[in-house]
Design a protein around this ligand. Sequence first.
Ligand SMILES: Cc1ncc(COP(=O)(O)O)c(C=O)c1O
Length: 474
Amino acid sequence: MAEQIKLQIVQGRLPAGTQLPTVRELARTLGVTRVTVQMAYHELQNAGLVEATVGRGTFVSRHVEARPPAQSLGRQLTPDAVVNDILQLGQIAGLRSLADAAPDASLFPAQEFWQALDECRGEALEMVRYGASQGDPLLRVEVARLLQDRGMAVTPDEVLIVAGVTQGLALVAQALARPGEPVLVEQPTYLGFLHTLKAHGVQPLAVPLDEEGPIPEAVERLAIQQRPRFFYTVPTFQNPTGVCATPARRAQLLALAEQYGFLLVEDDLYARLSYEGPPPPAVKSLDRSESVIHVGGFSKLLMPGLRLGYVVAPPPIHERLLSLRRAMDLCSPPLLQRALARFLHEDGLKRHLRRVLPLYRQRRDALLAALRHHMPPAVQWTRPQGGFCVWLTLPRRSTLADLQQAALQQGWAFAPGEVFLTRPSPDYHLRLCFGAQPPEWIAQGVEVLANLIRERLDRQESVIEPPSDWLPLV
Ligand SMILES: Cc1ncc(COP(=O)(O)O)c(C=O)c1O
């Protein structure tokens, strides 16, 4: 009994502070004597896992750090399950992760941000009420100012603040497509949006990518055959490949959207994480026909826990999104929005990026160098100029089936490629992210992974063919 309760405590199923049943209740429920329960509780108490107070009861100790086991990850290969795994990674003991496209928490500009929060004290009365659904007016001014660097001339009134890009995209999916209707996505694409589309019952259709971005001929063919409602694209340092669409491709995509009457939904989340000079201007900056919805946010630039992003949409769609947003959660927290507005106003983001971009560039270089050094010749990968993601392509072999679990057993997590795809690939893929780990750990993780891959590819008797053509990526 003690072992079972202990397991539930250390895995976090009985969180710190939970009251355990009384001795009498548990004895009755389990059909054992009270002495048995008392002994189990004593054992847990001696191990420091529970605290008993006379007259109050027995509680899970506040000093227990619950950590689910690594084996709880990687059990299912659906976007939902993998997003859930990625969200849990930080809580798992002894695990290092190349799986999440996240910034490094230790680099957050905590001091400056707390100061911005502190400066909101004077406005406390305003901050404790519901805020405007469209978002804090000062934050909208700052976002409009920021968007100038992306080539966009936007007024604060055109900006809708949302709870992260995730909410922005969910609103867009809901506003633009009914269940069963087709939309276009890149192949591969951001797995979180595949989950959002599934939740709305919307049908994603795959547009292959090459090194210059989504392939226009494929977009045109699908536009003619399927009449999609919109094309969701991450043109700048895409997740999961890191690909950055060329200016020519951006113009071609926009021309196709205009010609065939679908909207382009541009996810610009990674654009400012650019390691080789300024990124190309946003597709929205070219939009003269109200064909582009632009979505961005602060999860990768600052901190995902802020849950703040923005949408700039053509006026009728903006109104629709605003109304849906009111139906969903009324507004984002006024206090966090105002603190972010102050932080941006004082150029905190620019200062932060000047500090972290060289570090992320170093990490990208460490990952690419380690891949060159350790990976067997049959493995290929993208070379991103920005963002956090590198996409690996391997020959598909049945021996690779346990790769994720084997890496987890050695203390390393990566994201399996399947979940970023809407149609099967002839190759095996995985995504490695370099933002959250220092270079020495990145090199070590790649070495572990390369050894596991080599072992598995060597197990095949047949000659290993190089993966299918570089163009398209998938
Ligand atoms: C392309 C892309 N869009 C959206 C998101 C989610 O962003 P947010 O945290 O702003 O909801 C992610 C997170 O990984 C992403 O990679």
